[in-house]
Design a protein around this ligand. Structure first.
Ligand code: CP3
Length: 353
């Protein structure tokens, strides 16, 4: 196995000493980059990119060729999992992801099964191909959606602003939702372990919609299933720990509980003060985040000031992976992303002496 040339990201996740605060950006390979749009046009579609290991490798490396990022993230999507379960994923132009067969009736829900992982072989092939192309430059992150976030898309059949069908099921037929979540949790565990086998050096669980749940429902319908996954993951490969990051968007009020499920790092959106978050989680976990992605619409000077404020709020020492609090906008200016990466690297050195 090639030696890692830059393992700052992995060390920060384990709270080991680093020289500067590492940074990567959620959705760092995407439409804000003209080279991504060009490759996507050649591939014909977004799924064409995801299902071809060569295209997936090409777009994964594009942001790294532009910016000195400290980690690469597998180019794929969380919705490949329900697609493999037979729900029929498609992307309607300008409308976001949709499913041909949303999970609504009891018989379809009872028939839901952990898919044969062969259906996601293209993902594992992409992981292996990206690792090879990276040649030890930076670590590769694998990922999955959380059981609850996947269930939101599976039940609603696409994006939603009120989660009407999910909430109806949660409050009136909770046993049906629990069945879906149990299947999802087993699937995600197997899926992430297969990504780790293929070469992923850290993994992140994206719980984008957990924050839409009530205080009590979050624990029962999202956190408990993520805990199950974390307990089932391979945590060490070739003598090196494979860190796990759990990110619940809008989950700041539940930080202590999230920090207790056994992950190495908790992701923060931009609504929590990272200094207070650090005090609340103590030594339990590292933190990732918490730059408002839309602050990238400000000037480079404003971006630098905001990055400096977050670094100062975290304070001295390791355990912070700088990131956006959610995915980068397709309208972001790549020059502004460059300014952010540069500012984080330069300004963070003073906190690691
Ligand atoms: O971070 C990365 O760079 C890795 C790639 C990645 C994508 N999606 C690529 C993508 C990751 C980690 C995701 C995760 C994902 N996908 C989440 C969880 C994180 C989050 O952003 O909340 C969710 C909820 C999805 C589902 C999804 N996929 C939506 C809602 C959309 C449409 C919205 C949009 O931005 O267009 C997608 C499509 C998608 N996934 C794109 C990319 C680059 C845009 C597709 C395109 O090129 O047209």
């Amino acid at each position: 196995m090639t030696q890692l040339k830059n393992d700052t990201f992995l060390r920060a996740l384990l709270k080991e000493p680093v020289e500067y605060t590492p940074i990567w950006m959620m959705r760092q390979a995407g439409r804000y980059l003209p080279e991504y749009r060009a490759t996507r046009a050649r591939a014909g579609s977004f799924m064409g990119l995801c299902t071809s290991p060569d295209f997936a490798t090409e777009v994964t490396l594009q942001p790294l060729d532009r910016f000195p990022l400290d980690a690469a993230i597998l180019f794929s999507d969380i919705l490949t999992v329900p697609d493999a379960m037979g729900l029929g994923l498609y992307f309607a132009e300008g409308e976001g992801p949709k499913f041909e067969r949303p999970l609504r009736d009891e018989s379809a829900i009872r028939a839901l099964q952990v898919p044969v992982l062969d259906k996601l072989q293209y993902v594992f092939d992409a992981v292996a191909s990206i690792r090879k192309a990276l040649d030890g430059r930076v670590p590769l992150i694998g990922f999955s959606g959380s059981p609850f976030t996947l269930a939101c898309y599976m039940i609603e059949g696409g994006g939603s602003d009120d989660f009407r069908h999910v909430k109806a099921m949660l409050y009136s037929r909770p046993e049906l939702l629990h069945h879906i979540l149990a299947v999802n949790a087993q699937t995600v565990t197997d899926y992430l372990n297969a990504q780790i086998d293929a070469g992923a050096q850290a993994v992140q669980i994206f719980d984008t919609w957990g924050g839409a749940l009530s205080h009590a429902a979050y624990r029962e319908f999202s956190l408990a299933y993520m805990q199950r996954i974390v307990a089932g993951l391979k945590r060490e490969v070739d003598g090196r720990r494979v860190p796990v990051i759990v990110f619940t968007k809008n989950g700041g009020q539940w930080l202590e509980d999230i920090a207790a499920i056994g992950a190495d790092c908790v992701g923060l959106d931009w609504t929590t003060d990272i200094g207070q978050a650090r005090a609340r989680v103590g030594d339990k976990v590292a933190l990732q985040g918490n730059f408002d992605p839309n602050a990238l619409f400000g000037s480079p000077a404003a971006i630098e000031a905001e990055a400096g404020r977050i670094l100062a709020a975290y304070g001295q020492g390791s355990g912070h992976v700088f990131n956006l609090g959610h995915g980068i906008s397709q309208h972001a200016d790549p020059a502004h992303a460059a300014a952010l990466v540069e500012a984080v690297h330069r300004l963070s050195r003073q906190y690691h002496q």
